[in-house]
Design a protein. Structure first.
Length: 231
């Protein structure tokens, strides 16, 4: 696990609880050092502060999501800003989850465990070698890669799970709640899932990245979405 946090007291608090929970933790005090750590070794999870000196956390996240080697790494964003618009902005940039300061270390551990569980659940043996296809769209479940007309799409892990869920049930309407459960699995009691409104935001970004093919994802007003059967 990599913790990128410039406040030494907060970083020490996170490391203490993570190590106590059995995680191996590396730290970086700024964005540039964080990217250097990622280039040396890919962690299972990045805990990333948005307000970093020099290279901001937002730029670190953008860099991670634009790089094929770091794109699959889950990211839990920390910030002192608690308004909903700021939270949505973090998710739009590709964060897997979001926690505001000050935070309860127990909640941090729960959220980190949920993210890691989602990552593990997404790599089952049944999915190995499977490819979902629609027209020129190819979704490789084993490699977590999506190509459209031979061009690789830069999707966040959440966008990937949403697209795979829609394509696996092609032609069938899925509720926002069902898509939320698919994109954020592992939280059995739902305590740490975002609201259904977050699904709309991720679908909007997914459509944008797919270009004209984004029309294959149809809105079913008042209910949810479906992937067009005749794409």
């Amino acid at each position: 696990m990599l913790v990128v946090e410039d406040d030494s007291d907060i970083a020490a608090l996170i490391v203490y609880h993570m190590v106590k929970a059995g995680y191996r933790v590396e730290t970086a005090a700024n964005g540039a050092d964080g990217l250097d750590c990622l280039n040396r070794e890919l962690p299972d999870l990045v805990v990333l502060d948005r307000m970093l000196p020099g290279l901001p956390g937002d730029d670190v996240l953008r860099s991670m999501r634009s790089n094929p080697s770091t794109r699959p790494v889950p990211v839990l964003v920390l910030t002192a800003r608690s308004d909903s618009a700021d939270r949505i902005e973090g998710l739009e940039m590709g964060a897997d989850d979001y926690l505001t300061k000050p935070f309860d270390p127990r909640e941090l551990l729960l959220r980190a465990a949920a993210i890691l569980r989602r990552a593990r659940d997404g790599e089952t043996a049944d999915e190995a070698e499977r490819v979902l296809a629609a027209g020129a769209l190819r979704v490789r479940l084993d490699a977590r890669r999506v190509t459209l007309d031979g061009r690789e799409l830069s999707l966040t892990p959440t966008e990937f799970r949403l697209l795979a869920s829609l394509l696996e049930r092609r032609g069938r309407t899925q509720s926002r709640r069902r898509l939320l459960e698919d994109a954020w699995p592992g939280d059995a009691n739902g305590m740490h899932r975002p609201g259904t409104r977050t699904v709309d935001m991720h679908i909007r970004r997914l459509r944008s990245k797919m270009g004209p093919a984004g029309e294959w994802i149809e809105t079913v007003r008042g209910f949810g979405y479906r992937f067009r059967r005749s794409a």
